[in-house]
Write a protein that binds this ligand. Structure first.
Ligand SMILES: *[C@@H]1O[C@H](CO)[C@@H](O)[C@H](O)[C@H]1NC(C)=O
Ligand SMILES: *[C@@H]1O[C@H](CO)[C@@H](O)[C@H](O)[C@H]1NC(C)=O
Ligand SMILES: *[C@@H]1O[C@H](CO)[C@@H](O)[C@H](O)[C@H]1NC(C)=O
Length: 355
């Protein structure tokens, strides 16, 4: 009996660590939607979520993730049956101080909260720009610190642009470009990034659309933004950017020989939650669970004077900028196994199953 139990324990731990898919690693680039602690390990950065109550619903302690639990990258890792990706700066520290021999084989998370696709976005917050994230990855590949075969098989997740568009509407630092030109400048940076990760061996590339950034509680900070409905002007820019991303994905098979691109329609996924909240077990799709002031959007969660709702996973928004873990879980399910309206031309499960 004891032997049987031991065997079952061994079998179940095996099935957790060995992926049944043809993908066992994910490389992640982007902002706070994906940041799993890079900013925490980057002492330069003032964009932080490494204090309570961040992480409280799942990890039961802060990890640097900007939500109450797991992110989309974490959920997809669980669906694949692999461990969560470590922040690059944490892995680098461990390799440098000798506490680990190699970089992890399940991928690396380079995302940095506050960053955008434009180099200048939130530079004053000491964030790691997406261009710098790319250079970190490039160095690992060029110095043979990560296996090139692994890179070829890996999923690449790219999600960035919310901070560029949000900042466009900040009252100081008048933007020099009109909205269309600004979006085109953003897309040019994405093209550059994709060109380079392809050069470095990426073959399964997922570009995620921005969510409806004009609906986040933090819009209450902006002069002229409505609080009783989403900020239409902002969502218009977001939709233009998303359209551009989707057309990049459509061009991928022709432009990048041997690469497969997918477009995750996060905007539409989130809009379906907002349209019928009860179907998705949301009690509130407008306010931040954790924060303060109008919409809970004027104060960061965990800062002096904040308030928190009793059940974070009944709120679409965890804090002023970010979804709750429940929202991320639903988004992840849509991206993993969803139909064409969620992710196209194929979903992540199919992408991970191809040889
Ligand atoms: C922090 O800032 C210093 C000086 O500006 C810079 O040399 C260093 O690369 C930065 N660290 C990170 C992780 O960005
Ligand atoms: C090395 O760095 C890792 C990752 O930050 C840390 O967990 C570990 O305690 C460090 N070890 C030493 C000996 O400093
Ligand atoms: C992985 O790829 C191999 C071919 O290399 C294929 O036979 C197999 O079905 C794939 N595995 C999964 C889980 O789809």
């Amino acid at each position: 009996m004891e032997k049987l139990i031991l065997l079952l324990v061994i079998l179940s731990s095996c099935s957790f660590s060995v992926s049944s898919y043809n993908v066992s690693s994910i490389f992640i680039f982007g902002d706070s939607i994906f940041d799993a602690g890079n900013n925490h390990f980057n002492k330069n950065s003032s964009a932080q979520a490494d204090f309570p109550p961040y992480g409280s619903s799942f990890f039961h302690h802060p990890t640097g993730r900007f939500t109450n639990g797991r992110t989309v990258a974490d959920f997809i890792s669980q669906f694949l049956g692999i461990e969560f990706q470590k922040p690059f700066l944490e892995a680098q520290l461990a390799v440098l101080n000798g506490s680990r021999k190699d970089y992890p084989s399940n991928g690396i998370n380079f995302a940095s909260a506050g960053s955008g696709v434009l180099q200048a976005t939130d530079k004053d917050l000491g964030v790691i720009s997406i261009q710098q994230q790319l250079r970190q990855f490039q160095t690992l590949v060029q110095q043979d610190l990560i296996d090139k075969n692994l890179v070829q098989k890996s999923l690449f997740f790219v999600e960035s642009g919310s901070n560029d568009i949000f900042n466009y509407f900040l009252p100081y630092g008048t933007p020099t470009l009109d909205p269309d030109a600004y979006v085109q400048a953003m897309l040019a940076e994405v093209v550059n990034l994709i060109d380079q990760i392809y050069e470095l061996g990426a073959r399964r590339i997922a570009l995620f659309s921005l969510g409806p950034v004009g609906c986040i509680p933090a819009r209450a900070i902006l002069p002229g933004a409505p609080v009783d409905k989403c900020f239409g002007k902002m969502n218009l820019m977001v939709k233009k950017y998303n359209k551009g991303l989707e057309s990049l994905v459509k061009d991928m098979p022709m432009k990048y020989l041997g690469a497969v691109g997918v477009f995750g329609a996060v905007y539409d996924i989130v809009q379906s939650f907002r349209a019928i909240p009860a179907r998705y077990r949301f009690s509130d799709v407008a306010n931040a669970c954790c924060g303060g002031g109008t919409l809970g959007g004027l104060l960061q969660c965990g800062r002096e004077g904040y308030k928190i709702c009793p059940n974070p996973n009944t709120f679409l928004f965890w804090d002023y900028f970010h979804p709750s873990e429940h929202t991320y879980k639903l988004i992840s399910k849509g991206l993993w196994g969803g139909k064409n309206s969620r992710i196209r031309p194929v979903n992540l499960k199919t992408l991970a199953s191809t040889p």
